[in-house]
Design a protein. Structure first.
Length: 347
């Protein structure tokens, strides 16, 4: 499945979101349909933000007067290059450039962004009229997590503000009251699981995106166990942020899918789901294998497997690497995290 859905729309302001030029004291009015478009994108879990050459205070005040300011995360309003603004947006939201759409009425600005950030999708304002029907802006499913995505980013900002008050990262993590719950996927979880496989690039061990129908078939197959994990802390839930697919046949277990949302990389929980599976395999005296398919972004997952005690055991038919656990290494689970899990994995 191709990963085409846009995750973030970066809006210009003058003659894009509104008609008129703010710095020239024009009488500004919103472009027809723009408010509805922004709200619909937000409801679909697509982040809205700003890259505008303007005075920041004036621009944000004007957005607030139009009742739209709350919809924009990490707005970049300055007199610098818009490619630099989009780079900052990418870093703050932790998404790929190929998941960003930039909308600007000026060909020069679109060309400047494209010349620096080739993966960003650049559009003229004429896309606005039909963007609500454009498949690139329509996620396959709208899950609980996607509908709350803006709120989750805002909550993350509160966490970051608190984190800045700590010089010791471990001390910060200790007081977050982190809890990771691992559970067997239910049919109602599969939309979110598909969404995670589509959206997660860096921490996906195979890079493969499973469809809802494929996942449903696997869920009904007694030889497979699909695990999902949800992370919470004192601020609330991060949502379901991790998935593993485990094939269990006789004394051999094989991890065909392991991924973790990039949003939780800084919480040190990326390896906990793997640690749980390894410990269960060792407890039940099973030989544990794992598939790894290198992509341009998932090198970190190979390192995660190596630190957990895996070594290369051969090649896969798809060109990937077959890994095998050494049966000795017991991956650690951070002491600042409470792990809960029903005994889900088949004997």
């Amino acid at each position: 499945m191709e990963k085409k859905c846009i995750k973030c729309v970066v809006w210009d302001l003058d003659e894009t979101v509104w008609h008129g030029i703010l710095s020239e004291n024009d009488q500004l009015r919103l472009r027809d349909g723009i408010a509805d478009a922004i709200r619909v994108l937000d409801e679909r879990g697509i982040i809205n933000t700003i890259a505008s050459k303007n005075n920041a205070a004036d621009a944000l005040d004007k957005l607030e007067s139009f009742g739209l300011l709350e919809y924009f995360l990490v707005p970049q309003v300055n007199w610098g290059a818009k490619s630099a603004s989009i780079q900052r947006i990418k870093e703050q939201l932790n998404i790929g450039y190929d998941a960003i759409a930039f909308i600007d009425d000026q060909p020069f600005e679109r060309d400047e962004v494209k010349s620096v950030l080739q993966e960003v999708h650049c559009f003229d304002v004429d896309i606005i009229a039909g963007m609500q029907q454009d498949e690139r802006f329509i996620p396959r499913f709208i899950t609980d997590e996607s509908a709350k995505r803006r709120l989750m980013y805002l909550t993350d900002e509160l966490r970051k503000q608190e984190e800045e008050q700590f010089t010791d990262n471990q001390a910060f993590l200790q007081q977050l009251q982190l809890q990771l719950n691992i559970a067997g996927a239910q049919e109602k979880d599969l939309q979110r699981v598909e969404e995670l496989t589509l959206r997660t690039n860096q921490l996906n061990a195979t890079g493969y995106a499973y469809t809802y129908d494929e996942l449903l078939q696997l869920l009904q197959n007694q030889s497979y166990q699909v695990l999902v994990c949800e992370l919470t802390d004192k601020y609330g839930s991060y949502g379901k942020i991790g998935v593993s697919m485990l094939q269990t046949v006789g004394d051999r277990w094989n991890i065909h899918l392991l991924l973790m949302s990039c949003r939780v990389m800084s919480r040190g929980v990326g390896s906990v789901l793997l640690a749980y599976i390894v410990r269960e395999a060792m407890r039940h005296e099973k030989q544990l294998y794992a598939d790894f398919l290198p992509t341009s972004r998932n090198r970190q997952m190979y390192i995660t497997y190596k630190f957990a005690g895996f070594k290369e055991a051969g090649k896969l038919e798809n060109g990937g690497i077959q890994l095998i656990h050494d049966g000795v290494t017991v991956p650690a689970i951070p002491d600042y995290l409470q792990l809960t899990a029903t005994n889900l994995i088949p004997r």
